[in-house]
Design a protein around this ligand. Structure first.
Ligand code: NAI
Ligand SMILES: O=C(O)C(=O)[C@H](O)COP(=O)(O)O
Length: 378
């Protein structure tokens, strides 16, 4: 099989090498019709629109997107052309949860324990949001969940709130896919009227897709409401982000919430597993991705105060302030759209909290760290 892969997908040789006659890599945004015409297996990430135009010359035997989101994929077109397609649901959901935890601790850095008294709304409770809800509740935080599609499918599963109710919380985290159709479209879901519901000193975080929160509405809202702290990982649009927002955003990062090492490798592994299901002749036991990754760090925490210990441990694994600094620096470039992609391409090796051990003495910090997802050896 001739494989064409986005250059930012790790582990292609490790997971597809046995069936590859050739592997070529290309920058995701530049993948074109001619390149696709010369491949049997196309592996993309979120920056390659896969549609009739890209596929006009040739139908690959399989297309995979090593991402959770699929708003860049014309799934109807693939179905019509009978091209097997898979993505990687949940592959980096824990990484996004780590991002949210790091962001919330950061914006409460002066007194992290205050987080315990906050009410957090999670909009979109799928793999990302659902796991986040569990983690936040395990930390003792009050959580409201807004997910109308889920509320219709499984009304008994959760006490769901409306979007308007969700907006009236201390912290609002947006984790929906980007959709423009259906009963509950999310494009521009967070509009002027929804922003106006945010209470005094609220925190709004978007780590879903940029266009779910209207950039125009934010531009109008933030100058009037300097009390509101905004955390943006995703932007409307990307990669040419509205830089005018940057000075008004408390934490700004360039679509890297899901960029843990594990999240990326898991995406690749999931695509190979999906290919095996479509073509059983290629099936083989897949290596554990841990064999390809360096050992996860061990952290020693001396602080007895549980929330300070949590703050220190999360920062040791994932220093979100550093991502923010790097991003703001990158966005000063003459060609910010290029700098946006470069920032993502050269992203640091970030590990997931769940893979990290914290060595901490017997203290109230232990259950809190465990609730956050750390491994706490007894
Ligand atoms: N910033 C980043 O690096 C990353 C961003 N993402 C984005 O996060 C999105 C969510 O990821 P997952 O939770 O894994 O997807 P998922 O498909 O497991 O869950 C999405 C949830 O959103 C709900 N939803 C849909 N429309 C809604 C609406 N109008 N209001 C409220 N809820 C709604 C669905 O019912 C579902 O429960 C992805 O589609 C992707 O766009 C995902 C990974 C990394
Ligand atoms: O998985 C998703 O969905 C994401 O948003 C990815 O983390 C985005 O990464 P790229 O595909 O843009 O590298």
């Amino acid at each position: 099989m001739r494989i064409l892969a986005d250059e930012n997908i790790p582990g292609v040789e490790a997971y597809f090498g046995d069936i590859a006659t050739a592997i070529s890599y290309a920058p995701g945004r530049a993948i074109n019709t001619a390149q696709v015409a010369a491949c049997d297996l196309l592996l993309v990430r979120s920056v390659t629109p896969v549609n009739a135009s890209l596929l006009q010359q040739h139908r690959p035997q399989f297309i995979g997107s090593a991402t959770i989101g699929i708003d860049h994929i014309d799934v109807e077109c693939l179905a019509k052309q009978q091209i097997p397609f898979a993505h990687a649901p949940g592959c980096n959901a824990d990484a996004v949860g780590d991002y949210v935890l790091a962001a919330l601790l950061y914006v409460h850095a002066d007194a992290p324990q205050r987080l315990a008294d906050k009410t957090v709304s999670v909009i979109g409770a799928g793999n990302v949001g659902g796991r986040l809800v569990k983690r936040l509740r395990a930390l003792g935080i009050t959580v409201r969940v807004c997910d109308p599609p889920r509320a219709e499918q499984t009304p008994e599963a959760e006490a769901f709130v409306t979007l308007a109710d969700a907006m009236q919380a201390d912290v609002v985290c947006v984790h929906t896919p980007l959709t423009g159709e259906g009963a509950h479209p999310t494009r521009q879901l967070i509009s002027d009227s929804m922003l106006s519901l945010l209470p005094q000193n609220a925190v709004l975080l978007n780590a879903g897709r940029g266009a779910v929160v209207s950039a125009g509405a934010l531009e109008r809202f933030l100058p009037q409401r300097p009390d509101v702290q905004v955390v943006l990982d995703v932007w409307e649009p990307e990669p040419d982000i509205p830089r005018i927002l940057l000075p008004q955003v408390r934490l700004a990062t360039g679509h890297i919430a899901g960029y843990s090492l594990e999240g990326k490798w898991r995406g690749t592994q999931m695509l190979r597993a999906a290919l095996n299901r479509v073509y059983p002749e290629y099936d083989r036991p897949l290596p554990d991705m841990a064999t390809f990754l360096p050992p996860a760090p061990r952290i020693v925490v001396l602080d007895d105060d549980p929330w300070q210990a949590l703050y220190d441990s999360v920062e040791a694994v994932y220093d979100i302030a550093q991502d923010d600094r790097r991003f703001r620096l990158a966005m000063r470039a003459e060609e910010p759209a290029r700098a946006f992609d470069q920032y993502r391409k050269t992203y640091v090796q970030r590990r997931e909290i769940q893979q990290c051990r914290v060595l901490v003495q017997e203290s109230p910090a232990r259950p809190l760290l465990r609730a956050a997802g750390f491994q706490i050896p007894s």
